[in-house]
Design a protein around this ligand. Structure first.
Ligand SMILES: [Zn+2]
Ligand SMILES: [Zn+2]
Length: 278
């Protein structure tokens, strides 16, 4: 690509948080509890209009986890949600309504990333074929073991989904080959394997800066900086523990090569403080 990349406008929003012990998120971490926010991005593309990176928490997460076995999900990650933080409730701040959202990129299909999805019935959905194949048709325990809550997916999910099965575009340094979402360099997906099958991150080009939305490739920016993987206990719910470490190493190398890029792991309190509170 020889043309300069197109630029988007990108707002980072909080959709609520759960509580987790630092030592689970970071090997050798302390026993203090941290607030793990579920950050999402509201993006305006010059040609393709308004879209989202993930959809975060929404109040239906509480009703969907009220019953066994999904109740266990809530036990594991105590939720602190406020209805007004649901993404669809925040759109009026930009003069937008749900119908204005025309595309959504999903990093992966864990419940904390797709709980808001049903609020956007018109959006085209972009995700990897691998992420969908891993959860498709799973119910009950078989779904819970993937941190997947089937009812959170809209009934017409398949009709609206664009499933990506390869990354044909030029590599992004140590993060490897990319998938250029709109073919103009503004939004580039990279594979972040390990945490969940088919997970992607997204490099976002705005006029002011470049952002790497790192999904759950690492839970904390500190984990990337210090290259510290999560507690081995979390590997019970992890797709591929070796790939988790390899992805963390690649994120670490990328952050060193490109220190100007703002890293935004979905649940990182540091990113939340900088992007949402500041
Ligand atoms: Zn996840
Ligand atoms: Zn997550």
């Amino acid at each position: 690509m020889h043309n300069p990349p197109a630029q988007v406008i990108c707002h980072i929003l909080d959709t609520g948080h759960c509580l987790a012990h630092e030592r689970m998120m970071l090997r050798g971490g302390s026993s203090r509890q941290i607030e793990c926010h579920a950050l999402v991005a509201l993006i305006q593309h010059p040609e393709h209009g308004w879209g989202l990176w993930d959809t975060g928490y929404a109040p239906r997460m509480l009703t969907e986890t009220a019953r066994w076995p999904f109740w266990l999900y809530r036990r594991a990650t105590p939720l602190r949600l406020r209805p007004e933080l649901a993404l669809v409730e925040q759109l009026p701040r930009w003069g937008l309504a749900a119908a204005d959202i025309s595309w959504i990129v999903l990093s992966h299909l864990h419940a904390d990333h797709v709980a808001g999805l049903r609020d956007f019935p018109q959006a085209r959905l972009i995700l990897t074929a691998a992420a969908y194949a891993d959860v498709r048709g799973r119910h009950g325990w078989r779904a819970l073991s993937r941190a997947f809550i089937p009812n959170l997916l809209p009934d017409d999910f398949e009709r609206r989904a664009t499933l990506i099965d390869e990354f044909p575009d030029p590599p992004l340094g140590p993060l490897g080959p990319t998938y250029d979402v709109f073919g103009d360099g503004a939004l580039q997906l990279v594979a972040l394997p390990g945490h969940a099958r088919g997970q992607v991150g997204m490099l976002v080009q705005t006029a002011e800066r470049t952002i790497l939305l790192a999904a759950d490739g690492a839970w904390l920016t500190r984990a990337i900086r210090e290259q510290r993987p999560p507690n081995p206990l979390t590997y019970l719910f992890t797709d591929d523990r070796h790939a988790v470490r390899e992805t963390l190493r690649r994120l670490h190398d990328f952050a060193r090569q490109r220190p100007e890029v703002a890293l935004i792991p979905t649940h990182c309190p540091e990113a939340y403080a900088r992007e949402v509170l500041a």
